[in-house]
Design a protein around this ligand. Structure first.
Ligand code: GNR
Ligand code: NI
Length: 172
């Protein structure tokens, strides 16, 4: 198990479309363990593999409220089968867009089909924060970040700020 570096915007790797996993092998399980370690150490509630530079369709999530009790969820090759036409709004952040937050509308419920940690096929009906988080992570698999939903002006201001911080090696 290891903590990896999380890529931050602007970085072209984050814009890659991730590729499906062929088999949930030991190697993939090790990658999922590293993703979880990395996510917990950054105090995130979700992480997509591309955020640590691996363009595979893998997501880990833990939205458990109790920090002591870990409730990790693993999603390999997730597919959204259904979404609700009712939207809900959450203030979203992203470990790859550090210290920036914005309200984003997304379907309030979704049904997702995926392989779990053991490679078993599962179907999950999600709502609330979990539904939002799954959709945020699924966007990463397509190279999409939440700032892509903002106005051109807001998005460019955020990217400018992040570029500046990067070049100054300052974390605000
Ligand atoms: O830690 C995270 N919090 C969060 C809050 C609201 C909506 C989505 C998220 S996901 C984010 C971690 C992350 O960047 N995952 O890709
Ligand atoms: Ni994110």
């Amino acid at each position: 198990m290891a903590i990896k570096t999380i890529l931050t915007e602007p970085n072209q790797l984050l814009r890659q479309v991730s590729r499906p996993v062929e088999k949930v092998s030991q190697e993939i399980q090790n990658l999922m363990d590293d993703m979880l370690d990395t996510m917990y150490s950054a105090n995130g509630i979700g992480l997509a593999a591309i955020q640590i530079g691996v363009p595979k369709r893998i997501i880990v999530i833990d939205i458990g409220k109790d920090k002591e009790k870990k409730e990790p969820q693993y999603f390999v090759n997730p597919i959204i089968k259904n979404t609700n036409s009712i939207l809900s709004t959450y203030e979203e952040g992203c470990l790859s867009v550090p210290n920036q937050f914005a309200e984003i509308d997304r379907p309030s419920k979704c049904e997702v089909e995926y392989l779990d940690y053991n490679g078993e096929k599962k179907l999950l009906k999600a709502e609330g924060l979990l539904a939002t988080c799954i959709q945020h992570e699924m966007d990463h698999l397509e190279g999409i970040l939440f700032i892509d939903y903002l106005s051109k002006l807001k998005k460019s201001m955020i990217i400018k700020k992040l570029s500046k911080n990067k070049s100054n090696r300052i974390v605000v």
